[in-house]
Design a binder for this molecule. Sequence first.
Ligand code: NAP
Length: 256
Amino acid sequence: MISITILGTGNVAQNLFEAFLLADGVEVLQVVGRAADRMEFFKHRTTLVTYEEKLDPTDIYIIAVTDDAIREVSDKIVTSGLVVHTSGAVGISMLETHERQGVFYPIQTFTKGRILDFFKIPLCIEATNENDLKLLHRLGSSISSNVVPIASDKRRALHVSAVFVNNFTNYMYTIGAELCKENQLDFSLLKPLINETVEKLDFLDSFVAQTGPARRGDLQTLHTHLSQLKSKKHREIYTLLSNSIKATYPIKKDKS
Ligand SMILES: NC(=O)c1ccc[n+]([C@@H]2O[C@H](COP(=O)([O-])OP(=O)(O)OC[C@H]3O[C@@H](n4cnc5c(N)ncnc54)[C@H](OP(=O)(O)O)[C@@H]3O)[C@@H](O)[C@H]2O)c1
């Protein structure tokens, strides 16, 4: 049995808690949080502890707090056990006050109140010694079919990539929704298009899958779109992305 403490009560803490609850050979002994109202989700399901209280010893301590608070929370833990964080962007050395350090980073977007099935979520693990890497592999395999050892520099590169494919893409949906609203259009008209954009990646490389006026070199359409956009911010983003696509797919001049 692997015993665990989860520190943090947000999106990742809640999702990991639910996943470990269903896992064989893992027990979440305690969840540590700052405020009683934020711990409501875990109430009557495990022991709830505040940062001022003494923690029971566990095999692993999972710090699932905001990136900027990882060091502060890590420094509050007194243990000879394995201490890990769940961030894609923070190096393992942030936990340097502990002898046994690790990372347990799930590549997914988590939102409070939405519990996901971990089975297909890739888990990036890292540890400062071989035995702890094995322990994290065992822990990860209890909830996911895809556990991958990845060092801090590679994980950080993966995280930047994740920001492009997830955070920036989602922001594009927000702009699309704003434009629909301005023109009294229903955003759900775009949902089949959004779904197909993602689904075709199962059999096409994104480079090959690119379509649109910038990809085709339809300059007249690009100018018309720009003249339709009322917001300066939207025009800047449209121009930046279109120029980047045009540079990626230079249009061959007809030799005749
Ligand atoms: N969300 C994702 O999609 C995702 C995916 C992969 C990895 N991660 C990583 O997972 C970690 C947690 O992300 P999240 O999305 O779960 O964040 P979140 O929902 O915003 O929750 C953040 C947690 O950090 C706690 N916290 C903030 N400052 C603190 C401090 N000074 N001392 C103690 N606790 C503090 C908050 O406590 P209060 O509630 O009391 O404010 C809250 O429990 C981050 O390292 C993030 O990079 C996130």
